[in-house]
Design a protein around this ligand. Structure first.
Ligand code: SF4
Ligand code: SF4
Length: 447
């Protein structure tokens, strides 16, 4: 085989087909369905400590600490469950919280240990016993007192509309929403749930999302009474505290009469999809959409074309897409963002080696960004390196197609991914630009 031919084959292997060749778990065909006793949070009993999930655990591959990967953590859970070891508050904290709850171990586990349920339940138990990191105590009291984890005033939550015309219009519509004549018309059936991080820390993403919805011709409203969705609390074992927020937000949306709720934050979206749906017995009374799903739905319904205004078909922006764990592995939304991107004229999508179910975590999930910031950056660094490797392939392609461009962009669809990866790329002076999909879409024309 010639050298040139080998390169083409390698590109085909890593950019199409199953998520990662050679890294899928052994066949589960002969596996006996677990009895209820060993399902979900009790499924740690099934862990054989085979170590198969070690290679996908970005925390373990950063720390090389045995209790940081799922099999090692399961040993501790088993030992505590059987009272083989003593519960020590201080010692237990790192092995409980140094996990991004990314779910990659769950994907590869050959015996179907539901690591996400196991670890969330483990967090709940240890927190109840008083093993709670100091920083988490601060986050918790801020959420309870201010309805956001940032120690910001609740009354400042919608300050971003002062610099966003589309947001201000949506806010104005929110007050009209409950007026009888508007209700009768059946108008304003779409609501945008913004989320704490976007409201207080990433106003540019809220503005971009608002612009995109307006460009799509959607007359959306906001929820001025919106509070934190509770995601941080659910992920860190503080489920009881989160339930107050769930009740409030759920009743607020029901009362508004909104039938479709759009999210730009994957964390809020997965919390509504999983926890809120469970709370409402899987009958929320309104539909949930991530922005990528909603934009694609409207584009299809209205038969719209999309054009990226900053580049052309012959000189496209070369991008790769990072799957947020909360959108991908948690909610199975893998294809809609890709389909949307592929419909944009002036943009060309390339896949990283680890994509879809096997996508690497950005490093920010599960409270790791807040509790172990350096570790989050280290994990994010891996993702940026992988993007660079993808860009090398892009460059090869680009040469082949004689396309001249200097743009190299990593696009994600979650504010946490965007922030962590952006921080790494900036600190490392990486040539990779990081942006949220709302920002990409905001520079598009829909016609
Ligand atoms: S959920 Fe992710 S970070 Fe946690 S043990 Fe599994 S692979 Fe590692
Ligand atoms: S969680 Fe699954 S893959 Fe990981 S060590 Fe246990 S049995 Fe193996």
């Amino acid at each position: 085989m010639s050298e040139g031919k080998e390169k083409v084959d390698l590109k085909n292997i890593v950019t199409s087909g199953p998520p990662v060749a050679g890294l899928v778990s052994p066949s589960r065909e002969n596996l006996v369905e677990p009895s209820d006793k060993y399902k979900d949070e009790k499924s740690f009993e099934r862990c054989t400590h085979c170590g198969y999930c070690r290679h996908v655990c970005k925390v373990y591959n950063t720390s090389w600490c045995e209790t940081d990967y799922a099999g090692g953590r399961n040993r501790i859970i088993k030992a505590l469950d059987r009272k083989d070891i003593k519960f020590d508050k201080e010692q237990i904290i790192p092995s409980v919280f140094r996990c991004m709850l990314c779910g990659n171990c769950k994907v590869v586990c050959p015996v179907q240990v539901d690591t996400l349920s196991v670890f969330q339940n483990f967090r709940k138990k240890v927190v109840k016993k008083g093993a709670i990191p100091e920083k988490l105590k601060i986050l918790k009291s801020s959420i309870i007192e201010n309805n956001n984890p940032f120690l910001e005033k609740h009354s400042d939550r919608f300050n971003w509309i002062n610099a966003c015309e589309e947001g201000a219009e949506a806010y104005e519509r929110s007050s009209q929403r409950l007026e009888p004549q508007v209700k009768e018309k059946g108008d304003y059936s779409v609501g945008y749930f913004v989320g704490c991080t976007s409201c207080y820390r990433n106003k540019e993403l809220v503005s971009a999302t608002s612009r995109v919805l307006k460009k799509l011709g959607v007359e959306f409203t906001l929820f001025p009474e919106e509070r934190c969705c509770g995601s941080v609390l659910f992920r860190t074992g503080l489920e009881d505290e989160a339930m107050e927020l769930v009740k409030h937000n759920y009743e607020m949306i029901r009362k508004s009469g909104v039938k479709e709720v759009v999210f730009s934050c994957s964390g809020c979206f997965s919390t509504f999809t999983l926890e809120y749906s469970k709370f409402a017995n899987h009958n929320l009374g309104f539909d949930l959409y991530h922005l990528t799903q909603y934009a694609l739905k409207i584009v299809k319904e209205k038969n719209l074309k999309i054009r990226y205004t900053k580049r052309t078909k012959d000189d496209p922006l070369l991008i790769t897409y990072h799957d947020p764990c909360h959108l991908g592995r948690y909610c199975n939304v893998f294809e809609e963002p890709r389909e949307l991107i592929q419909r944009i004229e002036g943009v060309k999508l390339f896949e990283m080696k680890h994509n879809r179910e096997m996508s690497w975590c950005c490093g920010a999930g599960g409270g790791v960004k807040a509790l172990y910031g350096d570790m989050a950056l280290e994990v994010g660094r891996d993702r940026i390196s992988e993007t660079r490797a993808c860009m090398v392939r892009m460059r090869e392609d680009r040469l082949k197609e004689a396309i001249e461009t200097s743009a190299e962009v990593l696009v994600s669809s979650c504010v946490f991914c965007k922030n962590n990866l952006f921080q790494v790329a900036t600190e490392d002076n990486s040539p990779i630009k990081v942006m949220d999909i709302s920002q990409l879409l905001a520079d598009c024309e829909f016609y």
